[in-house]
Design a protein around this ligand. Structure first.
Ligand code: SAM
Length: 210
């Protein structure tokens, strides 16, 4: 984000958030960047989201931010890494948000969707980038009729748009998968999607009303 704008987009200040930023930095846990976060919180406020599903909790950074928007929000968030699950649970408790956030410690591709509340105002997809099409296909049916799906990291540090040289074969494969997902999403006739060069590249999808 431009340093000039960053001073205007005031993100919440909370001791837990400061602690999570430090943990993410020192343990190199990927969390949403400030520009993406400001936009995500803008969406949560604008659509007055009350029921949120997040795929990819990590240490609870984005989940806690979204829950802090309004105490009427209930958020379910899925994380498969047991070490991160423990950390996220601690942070959620320290932020006194245990009544608002339900952490599901499972692989999102294996979760039985019957156990979820459903009818989500917002679904935030921020887990393994190579699996986005599977996450989208699996969880989109749980969206409320006027809900939105937000996908993060679709530019993947500028690599997907070919702005940087990719040396590693694995990374090139991942970038190709994200590119394939972006093309699949834009041509998906059931969803109207807007791609934005915000944060690390985000897409906002709504269900087509027909
Ligand atoms: N949303 C978090 C934030 O901004 O604070 C960051 C999430 S981090 C980018 C992605 C997380 O997704 C990682 O913690 C990873 O373990 C988790 N993840 C990846 N694939 C997953 C899957 N299939 N099911 C559940 N979690 C998954």
């Amino acid at each position: 984000m431009s340093n000039y704008f960053q001073t205007f987009n005031q993100l919440p200040i909370h001791p837990i958030i400061t602690k999570m930023r430090e943990i993410a930095y020192h343990q190199q846990v990927p969390i949403i960047n400030d520009e993406g976060l400001a936009f995500l919180l803008f969406l949560v406020k604008t659509i007055k989201a009350k029921r949120i599903l997040e795929i990819g909790t990590a240490i609870g950074f984005s989940a806690i931010h979204m829950a802090l928007v309004d105490e009427a929000i209930h958020l379910e968030t899925i994380e498969r890494d047991p070490v991160l699950v423990e950390q996220a649970i601690t942070h959620i408790q320290e932020a006194n948000l245990a009544s608002q956030i339900t952490l599901i410690p499972e692989d999102a591709l294996l979760v039985d969707v019957q156990q979820l509340k459903g009818n989500y105002d917002l679904i935030f997809i921020d887990a393994a980038k190579a699996q986005y099409q599977k996450f989208f296909t699996k969880y989109a049916p749980l969206l409320a009729s006027s809900g939105i799906i937000v996908c993060d990291n679709l530019l993947f540090h500028g690599l997907v748009a070919g702005e940087k040289e990719i040396e590693s074969k694995n990374l090139r494969h991942l970038v190709e998968k994200i590119d394939t997902f972006n093309k699949w999403l834009t041509s998906n006739p059931d969803y109207d999607t807007t791609f934005l060069a915000i944060g690390d590249g985000m897409a906002v999808s709504t269900r087509c009303k027909r």
